[in-house]
Write a protein of this length. Structure first.
Length: 551
């Protein structure tokens, strides 16, 4: 049975699971939205999700770029079903439902089922033996535990660790089949996923009963089904009857770390032998082994995560070095002009690209911003760089943009694009031709104090091969300053939920009139950081400043 409607929000930063419990939930770029999504391509209040008789309906709120469901732009209220994909800018949202609290079809409620607290079973192992028979039983348990601890001492890949634990369990008790399942995701939201299975006879276990595993997880108990087929209450349970299971038990992989207790999964064992039923003594032993196994699994997982993190960090370090080598090492030195540029990626690598080409009579410069962040954006940046360097010296800027757009469109995924600015400056006259392909309009701060914005061009690169571009032109006079920037500046947020925006950035430009290009660049980077009030940047910040010196 389905439970609470949920949205799985995916972006370059990872995944976030959000329960939809209100009758109306608004998604947007504003901090006032119920679900805040910091994405430049979203409107402040972009779309809403309504609960309708247990289901969900999505409606666009007149957003600039629209809302897509399964690749199609919605025109009105649209019902949502399990698995639907909602595209919101650079973010993808998957519709799903959590698992209801009610029991499900595979629930096993045998009259003979016995449930034991894990702590009670563990205390029983440690309690002093009361009889000679009790002493023999405890010696058996301690011997098995000691052997298991020794066998699991050496580090092995986690998949091999799972197999080794099952071997130990099969040696300890007379089971025909066994499985280790690990819980994935939030508490109770997903089934326990079988990571390893072992069988002496019959088909391998591919799934552990949902009701059993969830009860073990929630209540931290071990469960014993001593004689399944003798229980009339189980005659209708097809998942049990078809396998011929006679006896089964399930114990939690119970782990304690620094006082924090958690169940990371379960150990499940069953048997089809008529003559054998698992006993409370078997369950006590399996529960104790499961605790030893849980500690080993958690340590192996943490070690593998640590090793993988080190590998990723080294890969990212190398990638960052390669990317830095592809950007200009210094700004060009040009008589009559002052030029400065730089980039601050929000991660080790980023998707912003800037470049220069200088001849004796003109300066060609570009700045591009790949949608998304991280390694994927950095790889697309290399494609952009190759396309730019093949065509940025073409005679006509519009022809150059057409060729660049075609190359990018043919070589990047359909959901990726690049905002881009290309400028060509006549150094003698100060005449600037440019094409703005969906990029933030650069700020041209005049010596007179006036502000011009350079927006002429066309759509972003990478979406349509037949896009049409227009060339704009302006004049850069002595005392004028041109600031070309990425949205990492304008999309800066502070702790109050306020966005810097292009007007705020323009204000910072006015504050630095009369400064050098390098000082302007550092001033704007510093002011963006101050505005953020310590909040980590969510996007790369890249800037080019070109000042024309007095004659």
């Amino acid at each position: 049975m389905l439970g609470t409607p949920e949205l799985l929000l995916r972006s370059a930063d990872g995944e976030q699971r959000i329960k939809v419990e209100r009758e109306r939930t608004v998604l947007g770029r504003s901090r006032d939205a119920d679900i805040f999504i910091p994405d430049q391509w979203l409107s402040r209040m972009h779309a809403e999700i309504l609960l309708d008789r247990g289901g969900m309906v999505i409606a666009d709120l007149g957003s600039k770029n629209g809302t897509l469901v399964n690749g199609l732009r919605i025109q009105g209220p649209t019902p949502l079903k399990m698995g639907d994909q909602i595209k919101l800018g650079d973010h993808m949202v998957t519709v799903q439902w959590g698992i209801a609290d009610e029991e499900t079809d595979d629930d096993i409620q045998a009259i003979g089922t016995r449930v034991f607290s894990v702590k009670t079973l563990q205390e029983g192992v440690l309690k002093a033996p009361a009889t000679a028979e009790d002493l023999v039983r405890k010696n058996r348990v301690l011997t098995v535990l000691s052997g298991a601890a020794a066998a699991l001492l050496a580090h092995k890949p986690i998949s091999e660790t799972f197999d080794q634990i099952l071997e130990i369990l099969f040696t300890a008790v007379a089971a025909e089949r066994g499985a280790i399942a690990i819980f994935e995701g939030p508490l109770g939201a997903q089934l326990a996923e079988v990571k390893a299975s072992k069988t002496r006879r019959g088909e391998p276990i591919l799934r552990v009963s949902r009701s059993i595993s969830r009860r073990v997880l929630k209540e931290q108990v071990s469960i014993l089904l001593p004689n399944v087929l003798e229980d009339a209450a189980l005659q209708s349970q097809q998942s049990i009857v078809t396998t011929g299971i006679r006896s089964a038990m399930c114990a939690p992989l119970w782990h304690s770390d620094g006082g924090r207790e958690s169940v990371i999964g379960v150990v499940y064992l069953d048997s089809r032998e008529h003559t054998h039923s698992f006993s409370e003594e078997d369950l006590e032993l399996v529960t104790a082994l499961a605790s030893v196994a849980a500690a080993k699994i958690e340590n192996a997982r943490l070690l593998e995560e640590s090793l993988e993190k080190r590998r990723l960090e080294e890969d990212m370090r190398v990638a960052a070095e390669i990317q830095r080598s592809m950007l200009p090492k210094a700004s060009p030195v040009i008589a009559g002009y002052d030029v400065a540029a730089g980039t601050e990626p929000c991660r080790a690598v980023g998707g912003d690209y800037f470049d220069f080409h200088v001849t004796k009579d003109r300066l060609t410069f570009v700045l591009g911003d790949v949608s998304g962040k991280g390694t994927g954006a950095a790889l697309i940046m290399t494609i952009l760089r190759a396309a730019v360097r093949d065509h940025w010296l073409d005679d006509q800027l519009t022809e150059a943009l057409n060729e660049m757009n075609n190359l990018v469109t043919q070589n990047v995924p359909a959901n990726k694009y690049v905002t881009f600015f290309l400028g060509r400056l006549d150094l003698a006259t100060g005449h600037l031709e440019y094409v703005n392909a969906g990029h933030n309009a650069p700020i041209l701060s005049r010596g007179s104090g006036e502000i011009d914005r350079l927006s002429t061009g066309g759509m972003v690169l990478g979406l349509f091969e037949d896009a049409i571009y227009e060339t704009g032109s302006t004049q850069i006079d002595p005392h004028d300053r041109l600031i070309v920037f990425t949205d990492g500046f304008s999309e800066t947020w502070n702790s109050k939920g306020e966005e810097l925006g292009e007007e705020g950035l323009t204000g910072f430009v006015r504050d630095a009139e009369g400064t050098s290009a390098s000082a302007m660049k550092e001033h704007l980077l510093r002011k963006a950081d101050e505005f953020a009030e310590g909040l980590k940047a969510t996007d790369d910040r890249t800037i080019i400043v070109i000042c024309r010196n007095p004659a």
